[in-house]
Design a protein around this ligand. Structure first.
Ligand SMILES: [Zn+2]
Length: 271
């Protein structure tokens, strides 16, 4: 049990240090007080999006989740980013994730330690700090997908920190580090680099769960980089192929057409 608790605590981590300025969208507020675009996500995916105080602190088995109601301006900026990224997912994928609600807040923390995002498996809730990464939009976008992947990973088989099949894809003799939470003091941990063959960055080497989540997140927002890397890195290529296969098995709508759509969307981002 202690070991399990340790692992669950590890899961509730700060995701690192990506960041971009959120798009400044002049959005209407609805009668609910939420930026109008968020209503589209609620309708499309059938999940709750909470921008008021959800009852902080939220008790979980392993500690309390705390936060504050976000500044209206920051919330509006973030809402545009969140809606755009989340809307890339097929409705069926979100249904299968069993995600019930997303809480958008500020000053997010777990057990008094600041976090930029927290996947709360017990309550099928994803907490996102709208202030995290405001000066690095790419980072902010990756965090959304990275954290959502942890929820998919968990709901798939109830295991996040063990994946023998995936571990076997690694170069011979490789061993993961001690988890993403231990890398928070490494400011370059999330920077994409060829320094670690078979991995996208240092953060990917810290744990099998982070390796997978980083591949998913970067496929979602930086597929050009991933394509370049896998053209000369056979281990990474196999991981990307495995990731796509696993996702399509979990949700048939996560097919090649989906990835082409994501790539076209990303291409449309280019100035
Ligand atoms: Zn992670």
């Amino acid at each position: 049990m202690a070991d399990r608790c340790f692992h669950l605590l590890r899961l509730i981590f700060v995701l690192g240090a990506f960041l971009v300025s959120g798009s400044t969208l002049a959005q209407r507020e609805t009668s609910s007080g939420r930026p109008a675009d968020l209503e589209k996500v609620i309708t499309t995916f059938g999940i709750q999006i909470v921008t008021t105080d959800p009852g902080f602190p939220i008790k979980t088995t392993h500690g309390a989740i705390a936060g504050k109601v976000a500044d209206v301006r920051e919330l509006q900026d973030y809402a545009g980013v969140f809606v755009r990224e989340f809307s890339l997912y097929p409705r069926e994928l979100v249904e299968r994730s069993r995600l019930k609600r997303v809480v958008l807040c500020s000053d997010l923390s777990f057990a008094s330690q600041r976090r930029s995002a927290i996947p709360d498996f017990e309550h099928h809730t994803l907490y996102l700090d709208v202030s995290g990464g405001r000066d690095n939009g790419l980072y902010q976008r990756k965090v959304i997908h990275h954290e959502f992947f942890h929820i998919l990973d968990w709901i798939d088989d109830g295991r996040v920190y063990e994946d023998i099949t995936w571990v076997r894809l690694n170069p011979p003799g490789f061993n993961y580090g001690s988890g993403g939470s231990r890398a928070q003091d490494n400011s370059g941990t999330s920077v994409l680099t060829e320094k670690y063959p078979g991995f996208l960055n240092h953060y990917s080497t810290t744990g099998v769960e982070e390796d997978k989540a980083e591949i998913f997140a970067n496929l979602m927002v930086d597929s050009d980089y991933v394509r370049r890397r896998i053209s000369k890195d056979p281990v990474l290529r196999t991981k990307v192929e495995t990731m796509k296969t696993l996702l399509s098995q979990f949700c048939p709508q996560m097919n090649e057409a989906f990835w082409r759509r994501v790539e076209r969307t990303a291409a449309g981002d280019q100035p």
